[in-house]
Design a protein around this ligand. Structure first.
Ligand code: AMP
Length: 457
């Protein structure tokens, strides 16, 4: 298997640190608001990667952090007049529900920053002791100049690095030095050897990964925007604290989901939340759209792309439904069966090879379409035998598992709206008998809103 490593800017053969065990960490969300579909893109991509690693027989530990304390969480909580941690729990719940609706269900552990304060403090103490960090009246800072490899991942030179997400602070030795601990009195804050305060953004990830994975592990993922400064800072912290390189063997980054060429983001205001999407579209349609593009490439999001994804998925499901219906009348096996089995096996091999080539889902999906075309052809010629159908179904079930998308049409649920209407009409009759005109008229008017015309005789 080959994985594109952002560090080397090339595809590298995948080998693990420890036999068949894979440790994967992906930066999780900051839970101060609803997630948008750009977030969904990144997490769907890594969910499919996790599924494939497991399919290939790796024992995978997939870890994600939850940033439940930072400036954005605090600001939003102040605006709403509630406790920041209550706000964070609310949006964490919503995030997890969104992920479930998108079929993202392979994370082994979600680790909250606020539940790892002792680990964070421990790592900062080591950095101070080793001389990579220093304390000022405003906090504890990592001294960038102490880590000459800073900039290797983003291919920037240390001397050019002046742009950072933290505010300029005159007490710092250099503007590029970043906060490990911010001294703050107001709540929420935690006690530390440097007084009350809270962690800087980058340190929670390395404290959490060190706790569960140790100081070196296999894969670290996130969106492209996190390469600098976040992932650079993580490398600086962890490699300085442990003295071991590399912290991570493979750095994987997803391309952006864009709208008219611009990254979808909260700050640009060009976002659609996952909830908004799910009001109108099936989560699997969006998942299909996402996986139809390679995880490193940008996605140009628009309504047409969703329509196209929906049509494609319908085409696949229609063919497979036809195949199922046809099964009764399928001819028994004949000599050509062996030949056809070989053809399906060949497709399966190509599908798996595409996935092994840096998780090339669009190529894998094109092979799925090839198979669908083949099934259609054989259905037309009435030479799709029973054994052949069994064979192809087994293969497609594997592909469903890898992509996380139902390819076989979901069973039609019995539509219960007629039964509900019946009950409402009975209740309304009883209300009229009791001469409760107000309530019975209200019920009629609400049913009229739903375009049910009621006539009282
Ligand atoms: P955040 O909570 O903003 O740190 O984002 C959580 C994850 O979603 C990070 O890995 C981001 O890189 C990723 N992300 C944010 N916006 C987009 C986007 N428009 N397209 C793809 N990934 C995104």
């Amino acid at each position: 298997m080959f994985i594109y490593n952002t560090m080397s800017r090339s595809k590298e053969e995948f080998t693990t640190k420890q036999s068949n065990k894979v440790k994967l960490f992906v930066c999780g969300p900051t839970v101060y608001d609803d997630s948008h579909i750009g977030h969904g893109r990144t997490y769907i991509a890594f969910d499919c990667i996790a599924r494939f690693l497991r399919y290939e027989g790796y024992s995978l530990f997939y870890l994600q952090n939850i940033t439940d304390i930072d400036d954005k969480v605090i600001k939003r909580a102040q605006e709403r007049g509630i406790d920041p941690l209550i706000l964070a729990r609310e949006y964490e719940r919503r995030y997890l529900a969104d992920m479930k609706a998108l079929g993202v269900e392979n994370v082994n552990l979600y680790a909250r920053a606020t539940e790892h304060i002792p680990e964070i403090i421990k790592q900062i103490k080591v950095l101070l002791k080793k001389g990579f960090a220093y304390e000022t009246k405003t906090g504890v800072y990592f001294e960038e100049a102490m880590f000459p490899d800073f900039g290797n991942l983003s291919r920037r030179k240390l001397e050019d690095l002046t742009v950072h997400r933290v505010d300029l602070d005159p007490s710092k030795k250099s503007p590029g030095d970043f906060a490990l601990w911010k001294k703050i009195d107001e709540q929420p804050s935690w006690d530390s050897p440097w007084g009350w305060g809270r962690p800087g953004w980058h340190i929670e990830d390395t404290a959490i990964t060190e706790e569960y994975f140790g100081s070196q592990y296999d894969i670290h993922g996130g969106g492209l925007d996190l390469i600098f400064p976040h992932h650079e800072a993580e490398i600086a912290q962890m490699e300085s604290a442990s003295g071991l390189k590399p912290m991570v063997r493979y750095w994987m980054h997803t391309g952006f989901l864009n709208v008219q060429g611009e990254k979808m983001s909260k700050s640009r205001g060009n976002f659609i939340t996952i909830q908004e999407l799910l009001h109108r579209w099936d989560g699997e349609v969006f998942r299909f759209l996402v996986l139809s593009t390679h995880y490193r490439s940008p996605i140009d999001f628009c309504e047409d792309a969703l329509i196209q994804a929906q049509n494609s998925l319908e085409r696949i499901r229609k063919t497979l439904k036809k195949m199922d219906e046809h099964l009764e009348n399928s001819p028994e096996d004949e000599e050509s069966f062996q030949m056809r089995t070989k053809m399906w096996e060949e497709s399966h091999k190509k599908f798996i090879e595409s996935m092994k080539d840096d998780f090339n889902t669009p190529k894998a999906i094109s092979i799925l379409f090839e198979v669908i075309r083949n099934i259609n052809r054989q259905l037309q010629d009435n030479n799709l035998t029973k054994s052949s159908v069994t064979e192809i179904k087994a293969i497609l079930e594997d592909w469903e598992q890898i992509l996380g998308i139902n390819l076989f049409p979901p069973l039609q649920e019995h539509d219960k709206s007629g039964d509900v209407l019946e009950i409402l009409l009975e209740v309304r009759d009883e209300l009229r008998e009791k001469k409760d005109w107000e309530l019975s008229d209200k019920l009629r008017s609400r049913l009229n809103d739903l375009e049910f015309e009621l006539e009282d005789n």
